[in-house]
Design a protein around this ligand. Structure first.
Ligand code: PAF
Length: 211
């Protein structure tokens, strides 16, 4: 597996694969990869000849009191895991490659209606940050398909809507949620839970299933 940090290098590789007539999938992530991400890569491999995984902790989708600085960055582990599961290319750009003028000054993509409800009502600007970086990644890679987890269901709906509204030529696939033995959805942020919160968290899933 090759690792690429620059947009220009990534595009050269994508162009070469396109010349060979290969179908390309993108799996956008913020790294700290776990079994949930591995299942998204497997899903992408079922739908394409080459799979690109991006690892980019996107400053634009974190609120001022959120965990941007502390978000787990584990590129070495991620590289090993992606190599093991036969991903073809890891795109891990630095922040200035994605936001050359700084993320505070970038052009943004706002998905109407859907961004300010549910989780978006409690995280102002979050879905605009997600929509902006996903639009940029889709423009950079120009994949045939892109795969996102159903775990972040509102995010998936926001992305489907932006792709439809902006007429982006890509198919968006949802990958099923992967759960721990007790039903808790796997997530990089589960490590923030105290032992008591970790015990309680699966009860939400249980209750939802009962309801
Ligand atoms: O779900 C995530 O990991 C992120 O929100 C995404 C889609 C990679 C955009 O930064």
């Amino acid at each position: 597996m090759q690792t690429v940090n620059r947009i220009v290098t990534l595009r050269e590789q994508v162009r070469a694969w396109r010349k060979e007539g290969l179908r390309i999938a993108l799996v956008p992530t913020m790294g700290n990869l776990h079994k949930g991400h591995v299942s998204l890569v497997a899903h992408a491999q079922d739908h394409a000849d080459r799979v690109i995984v991006s690892v980019f902790v996107n400053p634009l989708q974190f609120g001022p009191t959120e965990d941007y600085e502390d978000y787990p960055r584990t590129l070495e582990h991620d590289t090993q895991l992606l190599t093991k599961v036969n991903a073809n290319l890891l795109f891990a750009p630095p922040v200035y490659e994605i936001y050359p003028a700084g993320h505070e000054h970038t052009t943004t993509v706002e998905v109407a209606d859907l961004s300010g409800i549910l989780c978006g009502a409690f995280r102002p600007g979050h879905f605009t940050g997600v929509a902006t970086v996903v639009t940029k990644l889709l423009n950079i890679v120009a994949p045939d398909v892109a795969v996102f987890g159903e775990k972040d269901f509102q995010q998936l709906i926001v992305i489907r809507r932006l792709v439809a509204d902006l007429c982006l030529p890509v198919e968006i696939l949802g990958g099923p949620t992967i759960r721990d033995h007790d039903g808790l959805a796997l997530s990089s942020r589960n490590k923030y839970l105290s032992p008591r919160e970790r015990d309680l968290a699966p009860k939400l899933y249980e209750s939802l299933k009962l309801a």
